[in-house]
Design a protein around this ligand. Sequence first.
Ligand code: ZN
Length: 243
Amino acid sequence: MIKVTVWHENYHDRTDEATQAMYPGGMHNVIASFLKKDEEFEVRTATLDEENCGLPDEILEDTDVLLWWGHAKHDDVPDELAKKVHERVLRGMGIIFLHSAHMSKPFRLTMGTSCTLKWRDNDRERLWTVLPQHPIAKGVDEYIELESEEMYGERFDIPQPDELVFLGWFAGGEVFRSGCTWYKGLGKVFYFQPGHETNPSYHNEQVQKIITNAVRWAAPQVMIEKLDCPHYASLEKKRLENN
Ligand code: ZN
C-alpha cells in the first residue's frame, strides 16, 4: 500500500462561496476521493487548521507521498514544519506540489529558488503532454483543454527540471512549465500547475489521472531513517584482513 496524505490550507474553502460551490466539502476531500479509487492507495487528508497544522510527526513519518495545496496562508506554516517536510523528501518521501503551492515554504526550500511566476485569472489553457513515455503521462491524451484556469506564465523561477512532462499554453499567449519533476536526495518531486480554487480542473478526469499517476511515480523506492555522513571502513582493507 502507498500511504498518501493530501495536505490543504483549507482557507478559501471556508471563506469563499465560489470555492465552496466548485469543491463542496473542500478541495482536499475532492482530491482524496478520486485518489481513493486506486486500491493501492491508503489516503488521508490533513489541513492547516488542525492541530500541528495537520502534520504532527506521527502523520508525516507515516506518509509515503504528500500532496500540498496552499495559497493564502503559506506564512502560517511554521518554518520548522517546512524543514521537516523537506528533510523527509531528502530521506525518500514523494511530494506533489499543486498549483499555488509554488510559493509554499516546502516547495521554495526544496527548489532553492524564489519560485515566482506571472499570473492572471480565468484564461483558457491547453496543456500539452511533452514527455508521453513518462510514467506520470501514462494514458494521458496528447493535450488537455481546460476551458478556464488561472494563467501561470514564464519565467517560472525554478531550477532546471529533471524532467518536463507537461507544457501549458494559455489563450493570452503565455507558456508555462506546468508539469515538472525533480529528484531531490532520495525523494521524488512533482509540480503540477492546474488547480485554481474557483476553476474545475480537479473534476477533469485527465487531470485526475495525472495526479494519480504522479502519486504512484513518487512513491518511495528507498526510505532512510536519517541523513548522516557515516565513517566508512575500507572494503579492501577488510578483504585483505580476512584473507
Ligand atoms: Zn490560483
